[in-house]
Unconditional design. Structure first.
Length: 171
């Protein structure tokens, strides 16, 4: 048996064997590099996968089967897109009463005339009902503080719309 082996173990065979071993080692190293790089790009724990990839062949196959499905860049992009859509939805809201689509700076619903925003008494910009100060000119709004012109007139308008009797009682 060993004689047969010695006969087969020619210098050509030795060279071929060395070439094959070197190729396998290169492949092995490259597979580890690929796993680490891919795991990093996918936002996975790449150091864990580096250890897994040290197991020849099996490690790489395991990684191929279990790797996270999405690249991290894609994931970031998708999150950004969702955030952008939410912003657009915020910009174009809808009337709480009738559901008619209204824009951010609408003061009245064009469909059912419900008051959507207050007007700043100073700069006459549309303000959210919950705001206590105008973000454009820093004038305090509502909450007992004096509110002249635009704000008060639009408020009276709303009152007369919803319940004219209570409005006359108050004033
Ligand atoms: Zn409406
Ligand atoms: Zn203002």
């Amino acid at each position: 048996m060993s004689e047969l082996f010695a006969q087969l173990w020619t210098p050509q065979m030795q060279t071929a064997f060395t070439v094959v071993v070197v190729l396998l080692v290169i492949l092995y190293v490259l597979s580890i590099v690929w796993v680490v790089r891919d795991a990093y790009l996918r936002g996975a724990a790449w150091y864990v996968w580096a250890i897994v990839a040290l197991v020849p062949i099996v490690g790489v196959i395991a990684y191929c089967l279990l790797r996270p499905p999405m690249l991290r860049i894609d994931k970031d992009e998708q999150e950004l897109e969702v955030a952008l859509k939410q912003r657009q939805l915020m910009k174009y809201g809808e009337c709480a009463t009738c559901g008619y689509p209204v824009e951010m700076d609408y003061v009245l619903c064009p469909n059912c005339h419900t008051q959507l925003k207050n007007l700043c008494s100073h700069c006459e910009k549309a303000l959210e009902p919950a705001w206590t100060v105008c973000p454009y000119c820093a004038t305090p709004v509502g909450g007992g503080s004096k509110s002249r012109s635009g704000s008060s007139s639009s408020r009276t308008r709303r009152r007369s719309h919803s319940s004219s009797s209570t409005a006359s009682h108050e004033s």
